[in-house]
Design a protein around this ligand. Structure first.
Ligand code: ACO
Length: 337
């Protein structure tokens, strides 16, 4: 590939992994004051997967990454950048989970770092992979979204513990000269004035680890659910309309609308505003809950494994999460079944 030839970034493959153990709504009914009916009606979630105590975020990630690398037809040594989007890293905050994953995969001496953008992490990562590849700096990026979200959930807080699950998704993003295979566009944005809508107050430099921190439960995720819900619908609808309009792509041309799987009602409201048909919308929230940065690659992997995702299919991704952050992306799938 000569330097004068334009280079594009293509999603060559997808992979995912969920730990086997299931936490059902019936299980949660025994733990907090809730009902299966309330959870299904308000969120669409029926069950979520939870990793065992001795399993780390990197362990989930490695399983997903192995599949993604194999499906891209690459050897591990051909990966030249490892990115891991997560808010539940193996360690707060060194080494990065991306470094741990690289070591476990035997990928050595390549750049590796984490992305902290909560549920938007995978699409943020896609924009970073695109920039590295199109600038000619990297050729094969391993992009992972992985969360052991159960490690920051307070299982006595019914407003959050019903929502989240564990899992990982991974994609290989590679250089191509074929413009039709390339990522078309990505919008990624943030507004830190809403930081308190969704946060884990500790540990960090504001609240370093201490007995008081643990007693107050500051290590757990806190969320202003209803405020987040309203802002998510408003922001996502606007953002997704903008990316479609900017690229002159009508909603009916989208083969797979892959929204962040936080709440069925958010997905439905945004889908309705865009006039998306049900068969265009990928829905996995019922069986996985909200897996934060892993949710979008896990959803893409689901349609891949069901045989519904084909080379050239046009995908619209949209996501929203703590920060607050949000992002959307338009891209064809450039992997082979
Ligand atoms: N079971 C039964 N009742 C409950 C439960 C529960 N699990 N949780 C809350 N309630 C009660 C509340 O106490 C409240 O009772 P009250 O009226 O007596 O005060 C009532 O239900 C309504 O509570 P709301 O919080 O207003 O319920 P809402 O319809 O907003 O649903 C939910 C809550 C599901 C959390 C929703 O707001 C939501 O999905 N928010 C967005 C989450 C999100 O998208 N986050 C962003 C991504 S996450 C990330 O970045 C990591």
């Amino acid at each position: 590939m000569s330097r004068s030839t334009p280079i594009y970034a293509a999603m060559r493959s997808i992979g995912a992994y969920v730990p086997p153990k299931i936490l059902s709504n019936a299980d949660l009914e025994k733990m907090v004051d809730t009902t299966d009916e309330w959870i299904v009606k308000r969120t669409g979630i029926r069950e979520r997967h939870i990793a065992d105590k001795d399993v780390a975020t990197s362990d989930l990630a490695v399983e997903a990454a192995r599949d993604a690398i194999a499906r891209a037809g690459l050897e591990h040594e051909e990966i030249d950048l490892v990115l891991c989007a997560t808010v539940t890293p193996d360690y707060f905050n060194m080494p990065s989970t991306a470094c741990v994953i690289s070591d476990k995969l035997g990928i050595r001496n390549v750049q590796a770092f984490d992305i902290s953008a909560a549920c938007s992490g995978f699409v943020y990562g896609l924009s970073i992979a695109k920039a590295f590849i199109e600038s000619g700096m990297k050729r094969n990026v391993l992009l992972i979204g992985a969360e052991k979200f159960s490690s920051i959930v307070d299982y006595t807080d019914r407003s959050t513990c019903i929502l989240f699950g564990d899992g990982a998704g991974a994609a290989v993003i590679s250089a191509t000269e074929d413009r039709d295979e390339g990522i078309i566009d990505i919008h990624a944005s943030a507004d830190g004035s809403y930081a308190d809508f969704l946060m884990t107050p500790a540990p960090g430099s504001v609240h370093p680890a201490s007995c008081e921190v643990i007693e107050q439960g500051l290590q757990y995720v806190k969320m202003k659910g209803n405020e987040t819900f309203k802002l998510a619908v408003k922001t996502l609808t606007k953002d997704v309309k903008e990316i479609l309009e900017k690229n002159s792509i009508p909603a009916e041309k989208i083969d797979h609308f892959v929204p962040h799987q936080a709440n069925y009602r958010i997905i439905k409201a945004v889908g309705d505003a865009l006039k998306m048909r049900e068969d265009q919308t990928v829905l996995t929230v019922g069986k996985y809950g909200n897996t934060s940065a892993a949710s979008i690659p896990m959803a893409i992997n689901d349609i891949y494994e069901e045989g519904r995702l084909h080379y050239g299919d046009l995908m619209l991704l949209d996501t929203f999460g703590g920060g607050l952050t949000w992002a959307s992306a338009l891209l064809p799938f450039a992997g082979r079944n």
